[in-house]
Design a protein around this ligand. Structure first.
Ligand code: NAD
Ligand code: UD1
Length: 342
């Protein structure tokens, strides 16, 4: 059985579905601070099978001990965490407590229960502003520009030390680039509780007139069209990467890092143009100054994941945008009251 912390969230729910569809038994632990258990109802409908669900906090050692004692858990996927960059600047302690202390408590409980296989949601944010593109796993780790980024880097350091301390550990640090998109059914997707920070969720709400206009944060970057370039990847591809990492870890102890990205970057204007094509109308936009902490460009070298995991992203930008738009049209208020009937 796989314990999936944060399994009711955006990426976690897609991973839970992929696990169920591949024959795994799944236990989700989530305190629902940024999600709804409705996502797991949708997962159940898609998989034809229900994951076990415990509402609770990954920081609670007594709860974790109880779960490891009660269920035959043999590996963990650890998604539970806080991810809003601006909020992390205002509430750094909450971020370090959840993202770092939560990871420490989880590793302690795993060691106690002698469960040593762990897949962790890290982020390309650990590379900071890289000098060379594409970014491979051997690139120097950067200096994160906000507490969220620091918390991910610190959690990586914790796990690296833990893996070095005992050869039974097999830990995969998955460094995601920019996950977007939704399940093609339109049943699972990203449901931000507040005004979105990230480009695509913001754009989706502009398209439905829930927000007035897209603010383009800077058109004076040293990129071909002046706007920031990122490596967007489909959340379903990302979820599949977790399964492949889990399989590899069964045979590869120690600590491993894998970039999960497509290897191709798109600028804000390129995403906007592609999105307008999908929606069939132009979006209201305005250009604003650069957002503090943003970098000009960031895209992956995904060859290590291809060689070691056999993983490669399969879905292109158009597919990501079509799936995200379908999700948004069917669920204009996320998993809330106006969402499509399940
Ligand atoms: P999300 O907020 O949708 O999912 C996180 C889940 O963790 C939520 O369901 C939330 O309720 C749960 N959670 C938070 N604190 C918890 C706690 N203390 N105990 C139990 N559950 C808790 O976010 P997501 O986009 O699915 O991200 C999942 C992971 O991937 C996070 O760790 C995030 O930092 C990381 N990540 C995300 C992105 C991205 O762009 N979405 C990029 C890189 C890394
Ligand atoms: C952001 C976070 C990063 C986190 C990642 C995934 C910041 C500074 N960085 O990265 O730590 O790991 O999300 O959750 O918040 N853009 C606009 N208008 C918008 C929103 C974004 O022009 O309303 C631009 C940005 O300037 C950037 C691109 O779109 O060039 C992508 O932005 P976003 O989706 O927020 O992702 P990142 O900045 O890569």
């Amino acid at each position: 059985m796989i314990l999936v912390t944060g399994g009711a969230g955006y990426i976690g729910a897609h991973a839970v579905l992929a696990l169920l569809q591949n024959g795994h038994e799944v236990l989700v632990l989530d305190n629902l601070c940024n999600s709804s258990s409705a996502s797991l109802e949708r997962v159940t409908r898609l998989a034809g099978r229900r994951p076990q669900f415990v509402m609770g906090d990954v920081r609670s050692r007594p709860l974790l001990d109880k779960l490891f004692a009660a269920y035959p858990i043999d590996a963990v996927m650890h998604f539970a965490g806080l991810k809003a960059v601006g909020e992390s600047v205002r509430e750094p302690l909450r971020y370090f407590e959840t993202n770092v202390s939560g990871s420490v408590t989880l590793c302690q409980a795993m060691a106690h229960a002698e469960v040593f296989t762990l897949v962790f949601s890290s982020s390309a944010t650990v590379y900071g502003e890289s000098e060379t593109m594409p970014i491979s796993e051997s690139a120097a780790l950067g200096l994160p520009t906000n507490p969220y980024g620091h918390s991910k880097l610190m959690a990586e350091h914790v796990m690296r030390s833990v893996a070095h301390s005992d050869p039974r550990w097999a830990i995969g640090l998955l460094r995601y680039f920019n996950p977007i998109g939704a399940h093609p059914s339109g049943l699972l997707g990203e449901a931000p509780k507040n005004i979105p920070n990230n480009l695509l969720p913001y754009l989706l709400q502009v398209a439905l007139k829930q927000l007035p206009a897209l603010r383009i944060y800077g058109d004076d970057y040293p990129t071909p069209d002046g706007t920031g370039i990122r490596d967007y990847l489909h959340v379903v591809d990302l979820a599949e990467g977790h399964l492949m990492a889990l399989n590899r870890l069964r045979k590869q102890p120690g600590i491993s890092t894998w970039n999960l990205g497509t290897g191709r970057g798109y600028s804000v204007l390129e995403v906007l143009k592609a999105f307008e094509k999908v929606v069939g109308k132009t979006m209201p936009v305005c250009v604003e100054p650069r957002r503090s902490g943003d970098i000009a460009q960031c895209w992956s070298d995904p060859s290590k994941a291809r060689e070691e995991l056999g993983w490669e992203s399969k879905r292109d930008l158009n597919c990501m945008l079509e799936d995200a738009w379908r999700w948004q049209c069917l669920n204009p208020n996320g998993y809330g009251a106006d969402a499509m009937a399940v």
